[in-house]
Every structure is written in C-alpha cells, then in structure tokens.
Design a protein around this ligand. Sequence first.
Ligand SMILES: [Mg+2]
Length: 172
Amino acid sequence: MINLYIDFDGVIMNTIEVGYDMFDKLGIEKNEDNVGKFYSELNWKDFINKKCSQINDSIDCIKKIIDSGLFNVSILSHVVSLDEAVAKIEYIRKYFKDITFIPVPKKISKTKMVHTKNSILIDDYAGNLREWTGEGGIGIRFSEKMNGKGFIPINRLDQIIEIAKNNFIERV
Ligand SMILES: [Mg+2]
C-alpha cells in the first residue's frame, strides 16, 4: 500500500472559493492580515456544513480510493484554529468510521507532520506540492481546470487510482 495524503480546502470542499466570495460580499480586501483574521474568527461548523459543498463528489471518490485497497488514506489539512480542525474532523467523520485526519498548524509545512518519502500528496496549492516533492514525496495537483503547474493534474479524486496503478505502484 502507498501512503496517500489528501488536502481538504480546495480539494475535498470548496472552502477557498466560498471564503473569497464572502470577502467580496463584505468588501474586505484579500491581504494576509485580513484573510488570517477572517478565518481565525469564522464559525467553521456553520461555514462547512451550511455554506460549503463537496468538489466533484469528493467523499464518494475517497470511498472508492479506500475500496481499491491500494492506499493508506489520510486527510492532511492546514488549519488556523482548533475550531477549524474540529469542524473538519466532524465533517469527515460523518462519512468515514475509520480514517486518519491530521490537522496541520498553518505555519508548519505539511512535510513536517508525516513521512513524505514515496508518499503521495494531492493538493491544490503548488507551493505545498513543491515542498512535498522536495522531501522525496510524489505531488499531484488538484485543479478543476486541470492545470498541473508542473505536477500531474486531477479534477476528481478517484482519478488517482489509475494514475497510481500506471505510475507509482509496482505491478505484481
Ligand atoms: Mg488546499
């Protein structure tokens, strides 16, 4: 089995898109200070359960990925607050009885939280993927427009099954 880490924001759920829409509606400028303040004060439970939605059947896709038996699946998500971590964990746990969810403090690289070597990370942020491959991992870019930015792109999570079979998993 190959370790597979899946990002949450912009991969499982459209939290980024919805957050930016809220910024526009509130007329808040999208700079680092404002964004940090907004997300640390946000009611995450409400935000995730009432405002956001899954991207391209992400939860069903993760079920397929688990059922393929090819991967050890974990969710690896940056968080700015414990409230955010709790809301995301509760959301994921509604659908999966037994899964690993690793909240990563925003200031820490995802590469510092888990074994990266020969592990796959699916993330929409190319910066995370560059760090990941820099530490010996395999980076796959989630992009609805299939823009890989130097990485293999996918726009549905279950596409990873065929990609891994063809590229990363040794055939018996
Ligand atoms: Mg993301």
